[in-house]
Design a protein around this ligand. Structure first.
Ligand SMILES: [Zn+2]
Length: 163
């Protein structure tokens, strides 16, 4: 079973999670990156809008209206990952991915003691972020590193990396 490493960035709104940036790293280190349009027909509450402004100015620097990949393409994008084991970071990300891949094994590296550092190195993702901890590519790279290290370390449960 092959592994892919997925990083998500978006808006965790009171009314639900909206993905804005998605990075997928394949086993051969090739990667895909998508900046998604906002979902069609979305109506933000005032509280949602406050959360959006906060995330844009304090976290990932991505605009809500940013992006060029239609949101409904997520279905097609994720379908290509069927048959892989998907590693990602956070329960929000797992839940989001499982909507598209209900029968795929999606693993939260946090469950294996993974904690994102407070900052991550620049990822050359062609976007400017205040802090690359909030970059989908930097996050996917970090998840991949965690799994590679877990594979060679005896202190982490072996099931973290392909069986
Ligand atoms: Zn980025």
């Amino acid at each position: 079973m092959s592994e892919v490493f997925v990083g998500l960035e978006g808006f965790t709104l009171p009314s639900g999670y909206i993905c804005k940036a998605l990075t997928i790293i394949y086993p051969n280190t090739e990667y895909s990156q998508f900046i998604l349009e906002k979902p069609k027909n979305i109506m933000l509450t005032e509280q949602d809008e406050r959360t959006v402004r906060y995330a844009t100015s304090n976290l990932h620097s991505l605009q809500f209206s940013d992006g060029d990949v239609p949101y409904d393409q997520l279905d097609v994008i994720f379908r290509k990952l069927e048959g892989y084991t998907v590693y990602t970071y956070s329960n929000t990300a797992v839940k989001f991915i499982l909507q598209f891949l209900p029968t795929t094994v999606v693993i939260n590296t946090q469950d294996f003691g993974h904690k994102l550092p407070t900052s991550l190195p620049e990822s050359n993702c062609f976007r400017i972020h205040l802090n690359y901890r909030y970059c989908s590519k930097a996050k996917a790279i970090e998840v991949k590193h965690f799994c590679e290290n877990a594979q060679t370390s005896s202190t982490t449960p072996p099931q973290c990396f392909g069986q």
